[in-house]
Design a binder for this molecule. Structure first.
Ligand SMILES: NC(=O)c1ccc[n+]([C@@H]2O[C@H](COP(=O)([O-])OP(=O)(O)OC[C@H]3O[C@@H](n4cnc5c(N)ncnc54)[C@H](OP(=O)(O)O)[C@@H]3O)[C@@H](O)[C@H]2O)c1
Length: 279
């Protein structure tokens, strides 16, 4: 989902070589090294991951291979070719016990295998390649993959009552908005600001945060679906294989200070996406 949005956005300004799972299995270090030798990129962006949180819980080895060893393979090859690495990470590296949005240097401690392996991926990137940028985001929606919005709209066509957790919070993020924000960062690296001021870790999501229940309310309103009733429930009533962080909203201020362009509100982005894709 994010990879496609990035390829679309970045190819307006740069020559982009977009590689999917088939062209480049990031768990295969020889393959990754071969791709760097062939294309010699000045910047490599990793949006590949094992993103199904419950599947990661069931197959920790595979999760570690994709989410930790994959970024390590990219970092090793990038270091050899003096390329910059942008690694995409997640709000799920945090425990979710805070009551206000997480900042970049807040202590990270995941509550599930997905978060643990993504955090390990971050650590390996930091250790292996000096010229890196790590971008943590949350609750992505966009074209190309089933997501919270598509699932609410699909369920609303069949069910009269949707029971949605009201005690889990983060920030919905439009993949196109994140791709635009990443292009702002790349422009700064590429521009006169100088890359050294830009390297590091950033939190980027749409502005504000909500519970899944509030998110579903805005989705139904934006899609003009009035016949469905929403019923708030507790996370504990949902039978997930993996635990989820309760509150994992991200504080975007470091990114906003860097670019002078704070991300727009999540409600505006959700409305635009629904109008574009569903109306
Ligand atoms: N989705 C969210 O809500 C969310 C929230 C926070 C952070 N993030 C992070 O944002 C990034 C993008 O997420 P997304 O939602 O766009 O993910 P996505 O749609 O699930 O895309 C991930 C891609 O990675 C590919 N992939 C899996 N294993 C691979 C491997 N070994 N080698 C190469 N490619 C492989 C997948 O291909 P296959 O389909 O063939 O496996 C898929 O095309 C990820 O780093 C994710 O951790 C996502």
């Amino acid at each position: 989902m994010l990879g496609a949005a990035l390829a679309e956005r970045l190819s307006r300004e740069y020559k982009v070589i977009a590689l999917g799972h088939i062209e480049c299995d990031i768990t295969d270090s020889k393959r990754v090294a071969g791709i760097f030798s062939r294309y010699r990129p000045w910047l490599a962006l990793n949006a590949a991951a094992m993103t199904n949180v419950d599947a990661c819980q069931e197959d920790p080895e595979k999760a570690r291979a994709v989410n930790a060893k994959g970024p390590y393979n990219i970092a090793k090859a990038a270091g050899k070719h003096n390329a910059i690495v942008i690694q995409i990470s997640t709000d799920y590296i945090f425990s979710g016990r805070k009551d206000k949005p997480y900042q970049e240097n807040d202590y990270a401690s995941a509550v599930n295998i997905y978060g643990e392996t993504k955090l390990e991926g971050e650590r390996l990137i930091r250790k292996t390649v000096k010229k890196h940028i790590i971008i943590r985001t949350s609750w992505l929606f966009g074209k190309g993959k089933d997501n919270f919005i598509s699932s609410i709209i699909r369920r609303s066509r069949k069910e009269k009552v949707l029971r949605i957790a009201s005690d889990k919070y983060s920030s919905p993020t439009y993949a196109l908005d994140l791709a635009r924000a990443i292009s702002e960062i790349i422009n700064l690296i590429d521009g006169s600001a100088g890359p050294d001021k830009v390297y590091g870790t950033y939190h980027i999501s749409n502005s504000g945060y909500c519970s899944w229940y509030e998110y579903a309310q805005v989705i139904l309103k934006s899609a003009k679906i009035a016949r469905v009733k929403l019923e708030p429930i507790k996370m504990g009533q949902i039978n997930f294989k993996a635990r989820r962080p309760v509150f994992s909203a991200l504080d975007n201020s470091k990114y906003s200070r860097l670019t002078g362009k704070p991300p727009r509100k999540w409600q505006t982005a959700v409305k635009e996406y629904i109008e574009r894709e569903y109306m």
